[in-house]
Design a protein around this ligand. Structure first.
Ligand code: COA
Length: 361
């Protein structure tokens, strides 16, 4: 909490976000953590709001065609990517993440002081430490909340969502923000045509809370194969993403297909019960291959990789926000989520989309 004596007046950042206190405030008593009672029977964790934020700077495929031995035609044909957004040089990621969180809270009709816990999934925090989550909590004014970063690469959002649901369903938290926020441009080797064209920056967030829901955020299927770690990584020294593209592609399709099949089985559902399949947006061919193997028709695919490229753990919440804007997600829709990333780590889960309008107090 900000000491009233030293707090500055609320300020507005360059991105229009109102910040409610000074970063250098004197330590003082924090708001008491809200009581954490187990949920009454019949309540489950659900998704109640979504928000998205992208940097201003657009980098189209011609940017790379002008500098590398590549072309817009190759990038679109092999990846589906047409453009992406990158933060400006030196621009922090936290305000972008905060903007997505503020939008998600507004969409859910909740205020920042109701948030018990903030999970930010990222592989590109602004500083080595502290993580992004405490700064995001400060920027949005969630002064009573706990906050933690989760690094599970491109699968991070699903790991974060699974943790949020567990916290809500055990009564350890009432309202949890899960925000995927990434600045992959910082880890991109702009000289390497094999990877330079693939990545983008962005942030997406959802509000997880309890409701009387049929499905909510059902149990997720999560997995890990550390034997494959060297196929996709960024080292401390080099700080650039390196990968064996073809191998990563093969594993991504296989694992997302397998995990989604298991998640459907665990939920007692078939593919025909799905209204939408939202897979990690790395490459439209990967998404389409996984969908083909699962038997999901093209009209039930969420695809926004053409507009934002691969934004790692931000990709699923960004795709959810886009799908809703495009009219592909109605309240009560049954949605399969699937993601895969460095580790290898992966996950899939079946969720219902804004199944109820209200959040339990
Ligand atoms: N422009 C033009 N040519 C390119 C290129 C580019 N940007 N990038 C690679 N190539 C070339 C390669 O050098 C290769 O040339 P060669 O046949 O002369 O050796 C050729 O295109 C085919 O390369 P390949 O790697 O087989 O292409 P691909 O169809 O597998 O597509 C990826 C490459 C990276 C787009 C694809 O493998 C992919 O999307 N992989 C997964 C990426 C991913 O999801 N990463 C993160 C996971 S979370």
């Amino acid at each position: 909490m900000i000491d009233a004596a030293t707090a500055t007046e609320p300020t507005t950042t360059a991105r229009g976000l109102r910040i409610t206190g000074a970063a250098t405030a004197t330590p003082t008593a924090l708001p008491r953590a809200r009581s954490r009672r187990p949920l009454p029977r019949g309540l489950t964790a659900g998704l109640f709001g979504v928000g998205a934020a992208l940097p201003e700077r657009e980098i189209d495929n011609q940017h790379f065609a002008d500098r590398l031995d590549t072309s817009d035609e190759w990038i679109v044909r092999r990846t589906g990517i047409r453009t992406r957004r990158w933060l400006a040089e030196g621009e922090p990621l936290a305000p972008l993440a905060a903007e997505a969180c503020v939008a998600a809270l507004a969409d859910a009709g909740r205020s920042a002081d109701e948030v018990d816990h903030v999970i930010v999934t990222t592989i590109t925090p602004d500083r080595v430490t502290p993580g992004l989550a405490p700064e995001v909590a400060r920027l949005i004014g969630a002064h009573g909340a706990s906050a933690v970063d989760v690094n599970a690469a491109c699968a991070g959002f699903l790991y974060g969502l699974d943790q949020a649901a567990a916290l809500v369903e055990t009564g350890r938290a009432r309202v949890v923000l899960v925000c995927g926020a990434e600045a992959l441009s910082r880890l991109t080797d702009t000289e390497d045509r094999g990877t330079a064209v693939l990545f983008g920056d962005g942030a997406g967030a959802v509000v997880v809370a309890a409701g009387e829901l049929d499905r909510g955020v059902a149990r997720f299927v999560l997995g890990c194969d550390p034997e494959q770690g060297d196929l996709l990584y960024a080292d401390n020294e080099d700080r650039k993403l390196r990968m064996e593209g073809r191998e990563v592609y093969r594993h991504a399709v296989a694992r997302m297909t397998e995990a989604t099949t298991q998640a459907l089985e665990a939920s007692g559902l078939g593919v025909d019960d799905l209204d939408l399949f939202v897979a990690h947006q790395a490459n439209s061919r990967i998404i389409e291959s996984a969908a083909n193997e699962l038997g999901v028709p093209h009209e039930k695919l969420a695809i926004n990789v053409d507009r934002v490229a691969n934004t790692s753990s931000a990709s699923i919440p960004l795709a959810l926000a886009q799908a809703e804007r495009d009219g592909l997600l109605q309240p009560g829709a049954t949605v399969a989520l699937a993601a895969f990333g460095a580790g290898f780590v992966w996950g899939a889960g079946i969720v219902s989309w804004k199944e109820r309008q209200y959040v339990c107090a």
